[in-house]
Every structure is written in C-alpha cells, then in structure tokens.
Design a protein around this ligand. Structure first.
Ligand code: FAD
Length: 473
C-alpha cells in the first residue's frame, strides 16, 4: 500500500482545492508546516461561472485553474490527486480511493457539497446538475445536440429547457439560455422557429432570488419575463421523467415536456462524508465550533460549504469559505508556533449579486446603495473576473465576455462535440430552402411575440394569485 509520510514538521492535510481549501493553503505559505492538498480533480473550478460554460459563452479552461500551480508562490505544499473515502481519527490518517493513505497532524475538510434532489423521483437520473466542469460541458453539448437534430428533422414538437430552482444559478442559467434563443438563434439557426423554443424556470417559493431585497427580486422577475422566460412560481417539481417534468401549482398538476432539465435547486453533503466519523447537521454539513474545529474531534477542521456552526450558520457562498479558510490558517499557525489564538471566526459579509443577462443584474454590496441594471451588471462582471484564479483566466474570461456582450454580433458560441444527426426521413437540402430574411428582423418580431406570450402568462398568474389572496366568503 502506498503511503505518504508526515515529515518532521506538522503535516496539514487539506481535502478540497476549492475556494476555502486554497485560501487556507495560501495563508499557510509562511507557517512552519508541510501541506498536502488533496483534490479529486487536478484543477480548481470557479463555480459561479459554470453556467457560462454550460451556455457556450466561456471555455471550460477559463474557469478552471491547475491546482499544482499553487507551488509557484509557496514551496511548503504538494498536491495529491485523489478522492478521500475514509478518515481514521485514531490513526490520524485519511484513505483515498486507489489504496493510498495520508497521515496528518491537522486535517482540514474543505470538500464542498453536491446537488440535493430532495428524493424527487427521477431527478437524479434525468436532471442535469451544475457543480462540475464535466456537468457544464454535458449540458452545453446536449443543448447543441438538440438544436442540430431539430435543424435537420424539424420542430415536430417544441424544444423546452426546464430549469429547476429560482436561486442565482437557476436565474443566471435561464437568463443566458433566453439570450441565446432571442439574440443568437435567428442568426445561427434560421431553420428553427425560436418561438417554439421554450425556457421555463420553476421555483417552489413565491419569489426568485429570495435572499435579495423585495424591490431587487421584483426587478429580476420582470427582467426574466421580459426575456420571454416561462416563470413558474409557487410551483413544485413532483417528478422528473426522461421526456419532461411533472409540476404542481396550487394542487393542480401539469406535465411540461422537456428535452433538457437543469437541476439548480438545493445542496447537500457528499454521501461519503457519513463515513468520516464527524458530526453532521442539516443538509449533512459537518458541525464546527467558533474556530471551525469539528465538534468532538481533535485536530480536525471543516470550512466552506461542507461546514456549519449551528450557533451561527453561514450562507454557502464563496466568501464564507475563503474567510473561514484564512481563519483556520491563523488557528493552525498559532498552534504550531505556540502563538496567541485568534478571536473566534466572524464572517464579514461583503454582499451578494446575481445577473439575469446583458446589462441586467442586481447587487447588494456593502457600503453601496442597492443596485440593479447596468451598474449592478458592471460590478458583477468586474468582481467575477477579479475573483478568478490566475491572470490567464482573468484575461481569457474578460476577452470572451467582452466579445459576447460588447461585440455581440459575432454569435460565435463556444461549442464542443455533438453526435451525428440522423434524418428521421430521407431529406434533400437545396439552396431554395435558404430564405434571405435578415436575422435582425426575425429576432425583433420573435422577441415581441415571445414577450407578449410571457405577459399573457404573467397576467394569468397574477389573476390566480389575486384569486388565492381574496378572502373567502
Ligand atoms: C453553479 C454555481 C454557481 C455559484 N455561484 C456563486 C456566486 O455567484 N457567488 C458565490 O459566492 N458563490 C456561488 N456559488 C457557491 C460557491 O461556489 C461555493 O459556496 C464555494 O465553491 C464553496 O467553496 P468550498 O471551498 O467550500 O467548496 P468547493 O469550491 O466546492 O470545493 C470543493 C473541492 O473539493 C473537492 N472534493 C470534493 N469531494 C472530494 C473528496 N472526497 N476527495 C477529494 N476532493 C474532493 C472538489 O473537487 C472541489 O475542488 C455557486 C455554486 C454553484 C454550484
């Protein structure tokens, strides 16, 4: 059995090279420890922009960063690719799949979370989550496979993408898909009637982007409807099937046929965590104290999405993970150098933001007034580009987003591989099929039609809400 041995210096083992794990590793650069950073991937994934990869606006390499590059600025760290399957607290070691044991003096669990399907039948089997780079690519390629197939075989039925979950990921994904349909498809897929391509956003609660101020939520809702998104609020997903989604609103069930179902609803701990001998709270998160120490287990910390202090739970976002990572680095530094322990961890909330599409976003940023529209969108782009790891990624993302949003007439989607298209019936293509109708004109007319349809639906939804709100005689 291969074994990675601890050196004479305290050995800090970090599981997960995400926001939290990397922040911790970097903060320990000058501490007298040896660090082993373990991740199942050789790269860090910038999850907030995964949906841009899924909707063909960014390259997967733009949002991923080679974890071994961390050694460029510090030499007390080494990277080990592997998936942690078990932890033995008595032997102070973690076991990786593939027969590798890693000994530790300090262990930091920073392995993030995964999709929560809430036991909804068919969801895990048929819906597509957005947590990993491979999942974003699978979604993008299925999307284009559907479009290419329809371009040859015709739109005998409507194409529908259902996005489940009205949080930031769901809203951003639905918004990007709507822009692709409204602005790109008239140019790139003139064979298809874009009015027969539907994007539905299904949310169980009353609002999209629930944590935001009511005025910002209302703005986001209007922007989604303006883009022709079929918004279904107060609607629960009952079942996901191969060909669509069964939804329920106010006791009425409806089947939405769909070629693609995106799962952007809820998170849970990875199943394997239950074998790690740590206390788990809501959503399977590992319970920690005020210094992110795992309760009841010596020398083990947990940070980021996977951790929760039941006395002061934090949102599962990038900033809490980064700040907790830095805090644990201070705690370890204090312990190995017999220094003073830092004060208990206190999260500094810098704010949150979400984008709906081009020049449209909402932002609640500390020290700034509530923002929406272009100013919020500009801050959103700037912050996301700045937070990316590595200058090459920042530069590439800036270039790709600028080309998309500023020089948007190129319609140059970043595509992958799509399977062969087989015509259902023999098909002959001739030049006579090409109608020289300017794409701009088609787009304008279709946008109006889609938006009008959305308004009718909104009016109907409003009527239903009014009826519900009316006091019963
Ligand atoms: C689609 C999407 C959009 C988001 N948008 C935003 C946003 O706009 N703003 C924001 O603040 N937050 C956003 N978030 C949340 C944010 O990405 C997370 O809160 C953050 O990544 C948490 O950091 P972390 O270090 O805890 O975990 P992660 O960044 O998830 O890193 C966990 C790491 O652990 C590795 N790992 C997992 N299991 C194992 C194992 N058994 N063995 C070894 N390695 C393992 C994974 O490969 C991964 O690299 C978004 C999340 C998603 C999914």
């Amino acid at each position: 059995m291969a074994q990675v041995r601890a050196s004479y210096r305290p050995h800090v083992v970090v599981v997960g090279g995400g926001f939290g794990g990397l922040a911790l590793v970097r903060k320990l650069a000058r501490t007298d420890v040896d660090i082993t950073l373990i991740d199942r991937h050789t790269y860090n994934t910038f999850q907030p922009l995964l949906y841009q990869v899924a909707t063909a606006s960014l390259n997967p390499g733009d949002i991923t960063w080679f974890l071994r590059a961390v050694r460029a600025k510090q030499d007390n760290v080494r990277f080990l690719k592997g998936t942690v399957s078990q932890v033995d607290h008595d032997a102070k070691s973690v076991m990786l799949e593939g027969n590798i044991t890693v000994k530790y003096d300090y262990l930091v669990l920073a392995n993030g979370v995964t999709a929560n399907y809430f036991g909804i039948p068919g969801a895990e089997e048929f819906a597509m989550p957005l947590y990993r780079r491979s999942q974003a690519l699978a979604l993008r390629d299925l999307l284009f496979a559907n479009l290419e197939n329809a371009a040859v075989n015709g739109q005998d039925r409507d194409l529908r993408v259902v996005v489940v979950g009205g949080g930031a990921t769901g809203v951003e994904t639905a918004g990007a898909l709507a822009e692709m349909r409204n602005l790109d498809m008239p140019t790139t897929y003139p064979e298809l009637d874009q009015r027969r391509v539907h994007i539905s956003l299904v949310e169980m609660g009353e609002h999209v982007l629930a944590p935001f101020h009511p005025k910002l939520r209302e703005y986001a809702k209007k922007e989604l409807i303006k883009r022709g998104i079929d918004l279904r609020l107060k609607t629960a997903v009952k079942e996901v099937r191969r060909d669509g989604v069964l939804i329920e609103n106010d006791g009425n069930q409806e089947f939405l046929p769909a070629g693609i179902v995106v799962w952007a609803s809820g998170v849970a701990a990875h199943g394997v965590v239950k074998d790690w001998g740590v206390p788990q709270g809501r959503g399977g998160r590992i319970e920690v104290d005020e210094h992110q120490r795992v309760r009841g287990v010596e020398g083990v910390f947990a940070i980021g999405d996977i951790s929760v202090n039941p006395d002061s739970p934090l949102p599962q976002l990038g900033q809490p993970a980064i700040q907790a990572g830095k805090h644990v680095a201070k705690v370890i530094t204090a312990q190995v150098s017999d220094g003073r322990m830092p004060k208990p961890f206190k999260y500094f909330d810098k704010g949150t933001m979400a984008t709906i599409g081009r020049a449209s976003a909402i932002a609640q940023v500390r020290y700034l007034p509530r923002l929406k529209g272009f100013p919020a969108w500009f801050i959103w782009v700037t912050v996301h580009v700045a937070l990316l790891l590595g200058n090459r990624n920042r530069f590439a993302t800036m270039t790709n987003l600028s080309l998309k949003y500023l020089l948007w007439r190129s319609h140059n989607a970043i595509v992958g591989e799509t399977p062969y298209v087989i015509a259902n019936e023999p098909k002959v293509v001739s030049g006579a099929d090409i109608e020289p109708v300017p794409a701009k004109k088609v787009a304008r007319a279709n946008r109006k039609a889609i938006s009008k349809k959305a308004q009718v639906r909104k009016a109907a939804a409003q009527q239903t809400i009014d009826e519900i709100d009316e006091p019963r005689p």
